[in-house]
Design a protein around this ligand. Sequence first.
Ligand SMILES: [Zn+2]
Length: 295
Amino acid sequence: MKSDCLQRFIFDNAPIRGEWVSLQESWQEVLNRRQYPTAIRRVLGEMMGAAALLTATVKISGRLVLQIRSEGPVSLMMVECTSENTLRAFAQWDGEVSDEAGLVDLTGGGTLAITIEAEGAKQPYQGVVSLQGNSITETLETYFEQSEQLATKIWLYANEHNVAGLFLQQLPSEEAQKEQAEEDWSRVSQLAATITDEELLTLEIETLLHRLFHEEQVRLYEPAPLKFACTCSRARVAETIGMLGQAEAEEIIDSEGSIEVACEFCNEHYHFDRVDVTELFTNTVSTEGDPDTLH
Ligand SMILES: [Zn+2]
């Protein structure tokens, strides 16, 4: 079974595009770093599949971030997918969570923010949608309906081993073709709706497409491999400490003995002692004093 890849496909006989994603190793990399309650793991896996599907729809260099903020047991859930085909994800939560908890139980009805940061763009794009219908799928379908006015259908499934997802979207069509396009969409989306979680999780994309759409003309593109990767670094942590200011950083050293920072995404620990902190601010001051770096 092909895994950790995304495959796009189009219908030659209908203005519809599709994508399929399957994650295994990259998902295990996330699960190895933190033990999640079952219900949170399910939503986090679905978000990871969704991030990969959505990143493939925006043709940019950069990154796409899905983020849930809520007042519920899950305070923060974040998934990032980059145009380099890397993924990372984590969730923060408080207290006990039952295995059957749905999205609304986990979040108390919070929001999902979709941020797209294109390299070189002055401002990132951000869309915010309230969490609807107790699933990531329904929330995203509503988002597409509101923001792009393109009919979209998404299927996501995650368990402790794998994540799988399927995406269908109607493409814009000329006024004269609108009626035919609606018929096409209705037919294809109904065929797709017969998919089971089991099929989504276990079938190769070729088999799946044949099973669902054998009377349609579907063209499958080459798979794009996906992998887990984190962009944190000691230099980035040093930058953050620099922003605290020397007085505050030294205060932490005085009371704690050192500054400890752990990356939420990959759980890498960074340690800064008094010598590191002194050096950090000495370097910052000398850089700021350099006229070449002022502008
Ligand atoms: Zn990291």
